[in-house]
Design a protein around this ligand. Structure first.
Ligand code: FAD
Length: 492
């Protein structure tokens, strides 16, 4: 089967590339023959990211976006030269790391050149005195963490996708790991970095614990989603590997009780590394054999660090849980979480049954959290074709929480997968906004959230568009994402 025989989902804004042979030849000059491909098998490998609906499309023989040329640069200079050339020819360039993003950020909706970052995979420096590690941005997350663990350290940044995501991808999507309540999210962990701007200029930001040197421009690239620059290396905070871990779990009568216990724990400045609430539906699915958790809301905690501190954190965590009517369920539920935390079988088992499945994470201050949970469930249950809607929460702050909804359903007759997917996304996000929440917590904007950005950011979104224009006047770097105003793409 030829590539142009596949049904292409994002085809409306494709930029037709004329004289492809000349472009390939120029790119070959820049990065060498071994680092450029237009082989169909290579192109096919870069037609999607890990957006869950893409699994359904794959089974149906459809592809999401169709890049024209794949490149694997090996140096910052090569990235810079590719970008200078792409500006001259006005060809889109899409940074691509491990493709684990779930909002379409790395999909080449307009075609163009993929810059795969996998050859940027080296660890550059480990510094015990400063407690930092520097690495190239394409390094695989698990390779970095294994290296650190072997030397007695951790970054504390352990996303569920750690085996299939990169340092640059984490920065691009403002990622959050499972142990984030103690160690922070990626923006708390990155100390410095180097970025190639859309027109090919290299800029770098010193590694510093903190500065008062004007607006901190580096923050613009944490969450830039490959639209404002390509991150080529970064320096991260690290920590000595924890001496002790305590596994704690409590089952609560309601979602509200579990939120309240956690709010009270964090208010005391106590930070368990892992906190995860399973709502009643998820508790039923994950812990059917734990009698004490029947019809309840399970919460698992891991406190870790030096023994003295962990013991104190454990005492306070238990005290607050008991006060909110929590029932101690022992360490088995936490062992279950530890054993299954990288398993995502649901996502691949549903598409063969034609079920469109998705997860949407959002954020809220404490005062709106319970309302958001109930409003989303109520709104989603009205969507025709919906089979399930559940939630968990796994990222907490003294001021609020990230809530994560999982839904699945079968498109009603006459609707495509994409119609149903978009309706469910829009229903979830509208309910979140109505209930006072924020539209995204750690998966980014990509294609899926861009048309909600004006509602989320108000006038600030126009300022953001001006910044994009200033840095990328030809709009070549990852176009069709973040700044577009409709699901269908178009402008920007
Ligand atoms: C099963 C599963 C579990 C997940 N769990 C988590 C989780 O726990 N926490 C979490 O935060 N996310 C999670 N994700 C989402 C995903 O792993 C993250 O968004 C991750 O940060 C993407 O990294 P990547 O290297 O795969 O990037 P890609 O998917 O390749 O790219 C993502 C975006 O970043 C841009 N990009 C990539 N590299 C660079 C670079 N060097 N410079 C500039 N832009 C770049 C791309 O253009 C694209 O817009 C999960 C995804 C899956 C499939």
């Amino acid at each position: 089967m030829k590539l142009d025989e596949f049904e292409l989902i994002y085809k409306n804004d494709r930029i037709d590339i004329k004289n492809k042979a000349k472009i390939v030849s120029e790119l070959t000059e820049i990065i060498g023959k071994q680092n450029v491909s237009i082989e169909p098998i290579d192109i096919l490998a870069y037609t999607k990211d890990s957006s869950l609906i893409a699994f359904n499309w794959t089974i149906q023989g459809k592809i999401a976006g169709l890049p024209d040329i794949i490149t694997w640069p090996e140096s910052v200079e090569q990235i810079s030269e590719i970008l200078i050339y792409a500006n001259k020819e006005k060809i889109p360039v899409i940074p691509y790391a491990e493709g684990s993003g779930v909002v379409g950020g790395a999909i080449a909706t307009r075609g163009g050149i993929i810059i795969d970052m996998k050859k940027f995979n080296k660890i550059l420096e480990l510094n015990d005195k400063n407690l930092t590690v520097s690495a190239q941005a394409g390094i695989n997350g698990m390779n970095l963490e294994r290296f650190l663990n072997a030397k007695g350290y951790t970054t504390g940044h352990i996303p569920q996708s750690i085996r299939m995501s990169s340092l640059g991808g984490w920065i691009a999507h403002r990622a959050a790991g499972q142990f984030s309540t103690k160690y922070g999210k990626i923006e708390d962990i990155v100390l410095g970095m180097e970025v190639v701007l859309p027109e090919g200029k290299l800029i770098s930001f010193k590694s510093i614990p903190r500065a008062s040197t004007g607006p901190q421009l580096d923050k613009l690239f944490i969450g830039g989603e490959g639209t404002l620059g390509i991150v080529t290396k970064a320096t991260l905070k690290i920590w000595p590997y924890p001496e002790k871990r305590s596994l704690i779990s409590y089952a609560f009568p309601t979602f509200e009780d579990s939120l309240e216990a956690i709010r009270q724990i964090l208010r005391e400045h106590i930070f368990p590394a892992v906190i995860r609430i399973y709502d009643q539906f998820e508790t039923m699915r994950h812990f059917p054999d734990i009698e004490k958790a029947k019809d309840k809301v399970m919460v698992v905690f891991i406190c870790e660090g030096i023994k003295k501190l962990v013991d104190l954190e454990e005492d306070i965590t238990r005290e607050k849980c008991i006060k909110e009517s929590g029932i101690d369920c022992g360490d088995l539920p936490v062992e279950h979480w530890l054993n299954t935390r990288f398993r995502v079988t649901e996502t691949s088992t549903m598409p063969p049954y034609k079920i469109v499945f998705e997860t949407v994470e959002v954020a809220s201050l404490w005062e709106n959290a319970a309302n958001i949970y109930h409003t989303v469930l109520e709104s989603m249950n009205k969507v025709k074709g919906l089979i399930m809607i559940t939630a968990h929460a796994s990222h907490f702050y003294p001021n609020g929480v990230g809530i994560y909804f999982s839904w699945g359903g079968v498109p009603p007759k006459g609707n495509t997968d994409l119609d149903f997917y978009q309706e469910c996304w829009d229903t979830t996000i509208k309910a979140v906004l109505d209930a006072g929440g924020s539209i995204g917590h750690h998966h980014g904007i990509g294609i899926n959230r861009s048309h909600w950005m004006e509602q989320e950011w108000g006038d600030a979104m126009n300022t953001m568009r001006e910044i994009k224009k200033l840095l990328d006047p030809n709009n070549i770097l990852n176009p069709g994402k973040t700044y577009v105003r409709t699901w269908k793409g178009g402008e920007n």
